[in-house]
Design a protein around this ligand. Structure first.
Ligand SMILES: Cc1cc2nc3c(=O)[nH]c(=O)nc-3n(C[C@H](O)[C@H](O)[C@H](O)COP(=O)(O)O)c2cc1C
Length: 174
């Protein structure tokens, strides 16, 4: 039986989940078997040929369960192709290319545990009404007001598709 690729996501407001699903659909069109699971799921690693992990960024960090997941499963993750992507708003800012190395450094807590075969850095979504904490909503309203960030969906599906094709070539090398 063909082994599947597992895509795991950590999200707060859903945009990372949608990216995980899109990556899954793209890989499926390229002939791969795919499973997609939230990070809290029980995982039987031996069933998968590669693992892709995606996390939203909050307050300049991966969601805590993401780093925890990598710590807890470092042996299993280092035994097969392991890819990571993050989703944030910094890359939706004007001149975002100058922030790439700054944003890439947010993956360091993972890189020091397991080195990924490829990393994806994607702009996400700012939907203030979906943010749970009042203080966070206020902070974001102010940053929109001052022009730091723009509300809306900044996901670039062409960029994610291109990345997914590179991801497949990396997985195929193994
Ligand atoms: C409370 C909060 C804090 C955030 N902090 C950051 C941040 O420090 N840097 C950044 O680039 N984006 C930040 N974002 C933007 C999120 O990364 C972005 O909205 C992403 O699409 C959320 O993914 P999710 O919908 O999967 O949770 C923050 C969002 C929220 C709600």
């Amino acid at each position: 039986m063909k082994m599947a690729i597992l895509i795991i996501y950590a999200t707060r407001t859903g945009s990372t989940k949608k990216i995980a699903e899109f990556i899954g659909e793209t890989l499926a069109k390229l002939g791969e078997e795919i499973e997609i699971k939230p990070i809290q799921s029980e995982i039987e690693f031996e069933r998968y040929k590669a693992i892709v992990l995606g996390s939203a960024i909050q307050s300049g960090k991966l969601l805590p369960e993401t780093t925890e997941f990598v710590k807890m499963n470092k042996v299993e993750l280092s035994q097969k192709p392991f890819a990571v992507f993050l989703v944030c708003m910094t890359l939706a800012m004007k001149n975002s290319s100058k922030y790439h190395s700054f944003v890439s450094a947010w993956l360091e807590p993972i890189r020091i545990i397991v080195n990924p075969v490829i990393v994806g850095l994607f702009p996400g979504v700012l939907n203030i009404s979906k943010i749970q904490k009042f203080s966070d909503r206020l902070k974001f309203r102010l940053s929109v007001l001052f022009g730091v960030w723009k509300e809306g969906d900044h996901r670039d599906w062409d960029e994610i598709q291109l990345w997914t094709k590179k991801l497949k070539s990396e997985i195929d090398k193994n």
